[in-house]
Design a protein around this ligand. Structure first.
Ligand SMILES: Nc1ncnc2c1ncn2[C@@H]1O[C@H](COP(=O)(O)OP(=O)(O)OP(=O)(O)O)[C@@H](O)[C@H]1O
Ligand SMILES: [Mg+2]
Length: 105
């Protein structure tokens, strides 16, 4: 299992979630976050915004689904401009469904 953390534009969340859902990946956790990337925020006129509002989607996936999910997120979250976001992936050691006590997703 892998944990995908995708930090994306807030206005792209619906499109990303719908695209994942259409391929059968319906579960996610959504967290509103602030952050900045390589450009260290953005300057609009005289105003510098050090940190920008983004949304982090946390999606736990089986290993064999990871590549497809990353591709779906990239395609649906991309505008082509700076700040489209990042995807971080790391292993999950264990997962449990609380209701059943079952191990796994
Ligand atoms: N190295 C990082 N570590 C943790 N979070 C990051 C990192 N880089 C970016 N982020 C998060 O992702 C958000 C979007 O980053 P962003 O898309 O600007 O990345 P970038 O690497 O600067 O790419 P681009 O050049 O396309 O803008 C940031 O606001 C921040 O929340
Ligand atoms: Mg950037």
């Amino acid at each position: 299992m892998q944990l995908i953390r995708a930090i994306i534009r807030p206005e792209k969340v619906d499109e990303v979630v719908d695209s994942l859902d259409a391929k059968g990946f319906s579960a996610f956790t959504r967290i509103d976050v602030f952050g900045r990337g390589k450009q260290k925020g953005i300057q609009i006129g005289p105003t510098v915004y050090d940190e920008l509002a983004k949304v982090m989607l946390m999606i736990a996936v089986n290993n064999e689904d990871s590549d497809e999910i990353v591709r779906i997120i990239e395609e649906s979250a991309r505008t082509g401009s700076f700040g489209d976001g990042k995807i971080f992936i790391g292993p999950i050691d264990e997962a449990y469904t609380i209701r059943t006590g079952e191990m796994g997703l």
